[in-house]
Write a protein that binds this ligand. Structure first.
Ligand code: ACM
Ligand code: ZN
Length: 734
């Protein structure tokens, strides 16, 4: 059969003339793909041929195809000349690689290993209708697949996703979904951030209190409430038995689970629970996440015995060659005043407390090596002294930190925050952090692991791979927001990790997303982020640019969020009230983008009367109450500690303000972070007598149905907030 060679570059060429229907839209893009002539028609009688009829990939494929076809599909060890999907082995193929051939006669998947076989199946599934992932019974009688030949293998061996299960606890079922979705994208490393200040998530048999107490946060718990957990007792953990099941589930799908036990900082869930593991000294300096007393003492020999016990259990439980000990963002002040840490400094001849961090990391290396594993940690582990050659660094602070690690000769995984942190906002109008960067899909896609590095071929090999990470301080609410943050950005990461650098092209990737892959994500059941339209107001018209040609954008004219029954945009909208319009892109049944207005129109016209603010809440040094009166909505002020019951903050207007609604936001402007958990608002027409308004809900409270001009508004705290600090903002007066 004559084959036309169609490389990725040629697909790019064809894009210039429009979407190509015959394009298979594979994500991540394979290394080599040739389209052939003719088709293989899947129809009744199809057999999956595998020497081992119990083989996982063969049965997985059968299960998926059973859902879309109207006939039973057998797995058989008996080869046939026609009408089969045949698995074969070729030991000369690269690790995790495969060859997939579709001809008139049948389909073959050849690989050297189980992973390659599974990935051949994943590529094959992408040639079927998207419903192959949904378990929806299409009852197809036949389906034609265009002849093609794929030769494929990954660019990097380590293609990961990091999930923080400490700040938000994810049920096992949810983790299984994540493993499925990762493996559908040929991602193969799940780094579980199992411990942090706000929750301990893995059973340790020798120290049952780690999960007994450390897995729970709440008002009467050892771990205080944080991150919207409020007055709820929040938490959960995985038993070792459950984790074993999850590990086995992941292994079948070529996903290795790497455990992280974050030490010596980020450790309140162990330091608050275990006896005497901290120095017992105090500091004014909060950790990066605002915690205190969350650092293990490095001078107490007994601590190394406890850590050894815990690492032994982790090493026995997880087949991963790596144990990640975190090592990031340690406040050294505790060590600087601790007699035991000081004695150790003297003994080792150290001058600065941070040198103890290097000491601690070396002790971790030897404990981990004793249990037959390799140490992994955040790039902070290289800050204070040399590491063993096998110790593996995850570069998060910058590309330069990755380069430093490579120059030291360490195997390195790139997870730089400014491109690969999934807790960052997609855009300025969406929820999320932005301290590292705003990360739209194209920015994540543009990440190149060797960027700004100029490495020798030997040094290049030290970049073992790449991963994206989801920190979950903000993921408990709304439900499934984690999926929004992860997808579609993890599809981009998959391509960074798998596809050849020369084949990377965002326009091509985006066309594959739009032509087919969003349908696949939808069929997988992922609550992914739908891209909003771009809207501008020009010449008295709202001009809407769809995110892609087939997008369905709906709108409202009253400032509310569009729903599935709102009208669909078709053409420009003539209006003299552009600030009232909101637009959302809708996908399938139930997914939609954030609602946006025209980007060059001020959507809310809040009143900004002259106001003074008074409070008995102690504020941080650089945060002054006067800043709250400037009506700069990005400004906020922060308390020095948690607020307390009975404290108040009062806004008094110079002149009473005529208005209908006052919105009292607390916390960060774009994040549900550090706001009032328990409290209510009051308002006064005369500045003397106050009337109770609403209680705070998710850090916000409202005063509505005002009958006269308002002289003052007061926030009354009824219980401590659930973060270490509480933030206050301008009032939104309409
Ligand atoms: C980190 O973001 N602290 C690794
Ligand atoms: Zn100490």
């Amino acid at each position: 059969m004559k084959k036309t060679i169609l490389t990725i570059a040629m697909i790019l060429g064809s894009l210039a003339t429009g979407w190509c229907d015959s394009q298979p839209n594979i994500i991540p893009a394979p290394q080599k793909m040739q389209m052939g002539e003719g088709t293989f028609v899947v129809k009744k009688g199809l057999t999956i041929v595998s020497k081992d009829v119990k083989d996982f990939s063969a049965n997985y494929l059968q299960d998926k195809l059973d859902d879309v076809f109207d006939f039973p599909i057998a797995v058989s060890a008996q080869a046939k000349a026609q009408g089969c999907i045949t698995f074969a082995t070729d030991k000369s193929l690269p690790q995790e690689g495969y060859r997939l051939d579709v001809t008139d006669a049948g389909i073959t998947i050849v690989s050297a290993d189980e992973a390659g076989k599974y990935y051949g199946v994943q590529t094959l599934l992408q040639l079927f209708p998207a419903e192959v992932y949904s378990g929806e019974h299409l009852r197809l009688k036949e389906y034609a697949i265009g002849a093609l030949s794929v030769e494929d293998a990954p660019r990097f061996g380590y293609r990961g996703f990091m999930l923080d299960v400490s700040r938000t606890f994810f049920e096992l079922e949810y983790l299984r979904n994540y493993i499925d979705w990762m493996s559908n994208h040929k991602l193969n490393r799940l780094h579980l951030h199992l411990t942090d200040d706000n929750g301990w998530r893995i059973e340790i048999k020798k120290y049952p209190e780690l999960t007994g107490k450390g897995a729970w946060r709440g008002k009467n718990e050892v771990i205080p409430p944080t991150y919207l957990s409020g007055s709820e007792r929040y938490g959960g953990y995985y038993t070792q038995k459950e984790m074993k099941e999850l590990i086995a589930y992941a292994q079948k799908r070529n996903v290795m689970i790497i455990p992280e036990f974050d030490l010596p900082g980020h450790a309140l869930s162990s330091t608050a629970v275990l006896k005497d593991v901290t120095c017992g000294t105090k500091t004014e300096k909060a950790s990066a996440c605002g915690e205190f007393d969350n650092v293990w003492c490095v001078g107490k020999e007994s601590n190394y015995r406890i850590i050894d016990d815990i690492i032994k259990e982790l090493a026995d439980l997880f087949p991963s060659p790596y144990i990640n000990i975190g090592g990031d963002e340690v406040v050294f002040d505790y060590w600087a005043q601790c007699p035991e840490c000081q004695a150790l400094m003297k003994k080792e001849g150290y001058e600065k407390a941070e040198e103890l961090h290097g000491y601690f990391v070396k002790r971790m290396e030897s404990i981990i090596a004793k249990h037959g594993k390799v140490m992994m940690g955040w790039d902070d582990i290289q800050d204070n002294g040399g590491l063993r050659p096998t110790s593996t660094v995850v570069a998060w602070r910058s590309q330069a930190k990755g380069l430093e690690s490579i120059k030291h000769g360490q195997p390195t995984v790139m997870q730089t925050g400014d491109y690969l942190y999934l807790d960052m906002q997609y855009s300025s109008v969406e929820r999320g952090h932005n301290w590292a960067s705003i990360i739209p899909l194209d920015r994540m896609y543009s990440y190149e692991p060797y960027q700004d590095m100029q490495l020798t071929p030997e040094e290049e090999k030290l970049v073992i791979g790449v991963q994206a990470g989801l920190w979950t301080e903000l993921m408990q609410f709304p439900p499934r927001f984690a999926e929004y943050q992860v997808y579609p950005r993890l599809c981009a990461l998959a391509e960074i990790g798998w596809s050849a650098k020369e084949h990377k092209n965002y326009a091509d990737f985006y066309s594959r997303m739009v032509n087919k892959h969003y349908d696949r994500l939808y069929a997988m059941g992922i609550a992914f982020r739908v891209e909003p339209p771009k809207v501008v107001y020009q010449d008295a018209q709202l001009k809407v640019t769809l995110p892609y040609p087939s997008a369905v954008v709906r709108y409202t004219m009253d400032g509310t969020e569009p729903t599935v029954t709102s009208p669909v945009v078709s053409g420009n909208i003539v209006t003299d009230a552009p600030q009232k319009f909101r637009f959302s892109t809708f996908f399938g049944r139930g997914l939609h983008s954030v609602a946006v207005g025209a980007e060059n129109v001020e959507l809310h016209r809040y009143l900004t009367p002259e106001v003074s603010v008074t409070s008995d809440i102690e504020l941080q040094k650089n945060n002054k109450l006067e800043t709250i009166t400037t009506y700069n909505f990005s400004k906020m002020i922060r308390s020095k500690t948690k607020v307390k019951a009975g404290q108040t903050l009062t806004y008094t207007f110079k002149e009473p303000v005529a208005c209908t609604t006052i919105h009292v936001p607390t916390g960060y402007a774009t994040l549900p972070f550090y706001g009032v958990s328990d409290g209510y608002v009051e308002y006064s027409y005369d500045g003397v007598n106050f009337i109770k308004g609403e209680d705070f809900h998710h850090y916000h409270a409202y005063i509505r149905n005002l009958e006269a001009p308002v002289k003052a508004v007061r926030i009354v705290i009824t219980d401590a907030n659930d973060g270490w600090s509480c933030c206050f903002q301008n009032l939104k007066i309409e």
